[in-house]
Design a protein around this ligand. Structure first.
Ligand code: DGL
Length: 272
């Protein structure tokens, strides 16, 4: 194995997702950690993970983790709710690097907003079927009741740029109807894409419900970890950023800049 070229503090943070949705998490990480360098891996050839089997998502996540480690990352953020739900534990057992998912940080944040009601969770089919969020709430706050709902049409609506249309509102009305029967205090947006539909989701569930996105919650957790373990970048050099993707699908540039809030540069194609 070749030795790392940088001190561990100045190594990049590895971030991966099934595709481009994880850029919403990267955006939050960059905001919270402006001195850190990042390597983002988007498995655009295999997206969506949300409708795939656990074995397949674990297999892809495993290969991506190996790739990021070959780039000497100091820690890894799984910026995908589906992979966080079904692969995080397997990766942590296998690899000797700190690995953060997006489930626990969002659950912790939701608990802090909890009043007397219940907490709602929405996500892909795979995330909801895994019960990852419900299990985490049960272990951290067993007194809180949860209600969850898969919203599989949200990802394609957002990718078609239909996230802010009457069609999206109609679909959200149907999916979120089951939540309306519950006194929900907070709703976890358990999918990297859903912040792009925040306006519609908020209008359907009402302003009294706090929406919790994966990105900011995960960024705070990573920040705390870096500080606690004295692993922050020393800030002497400008932070760097590189993107690796397994395909350049149609609308790559458009979607990428929508999710990240600016154009992607330093993008490389890689075969998994
Ligand atoms: N990134 C996925 C997630 O957060 C959404 C897209 C997909 O299904 O791969 O669950």
């Amino acid at each position: 194995m070749r030795p790392p070229l940088l001190s561990i503090n100045n190594q990049a943070i590895g971030v991966f997702d099934s595709g481009l949705g994880g850029l919403t998490v990267l955006k939050a990480l960059e905001k919270q950690l402006p001195h850190e360098s990042f390597i983002y891996f988007g498995d655009t050839a295999h997206v969506p993970y949300g409708s795939k089997s656990v074995e397949t998502v674990q297999n892809y996540s495993n290969q991506i983790t190996q790739f990021l480690l070959s780039h000497d990352v100091k820690l890894i953020v799984i910026a995908c709710n589906t992979a966080s739900s079904v692969a995080a534990e397997v990766l942590r057992k296998k690899f000797d690097v700190p690995i953060f998912g997006v489930v626990t940080p969002a659950v912790e944040q939701a608990i802090s907003f909890h009043k007397n009601g219940e907490i709602g969770i929405i996500g892909t089919q795979a995330t909801i079927a895994s019960n990852s969020y419900v299990d985490k709430f049960t272990s951290l706050a067993p007194h809180i009741n949860t209600v969850q709902q898969a919203c599989p049409l949200f990802v394609p609506l957002i990718e078609e740029d239909w996230g802010d249309t009457d069609t999206a509102k109609g679909v959200a009305d149907i999916y979120l109807k089951s939540l309306a029967k519950h006194p929900v205090d907070a709703l976890v947006l358990g999918c990297t894409h859903y912040p792009m539909m925040e306006k519609i989701i908020q209008s359907v569930v009402g302003n009294s419900v706090k929406l919790i996105s994966s990105g900011p919650a995960a960024a705070k957790t990573v920040d705390n970890f870096l500080v606690k373990n004295n692993l922050q970048n020393d800030g002497k050099n400008s932070p760097t950023e590189a993107f690796f993707v397994t395909d350049f699908p149609q609308k790559f540039d458009k979607l990428g800049s929508q999710f990240l809030g600016r154009a992607l540069t330093n993008v490389h194609h890689i075969k998994l």
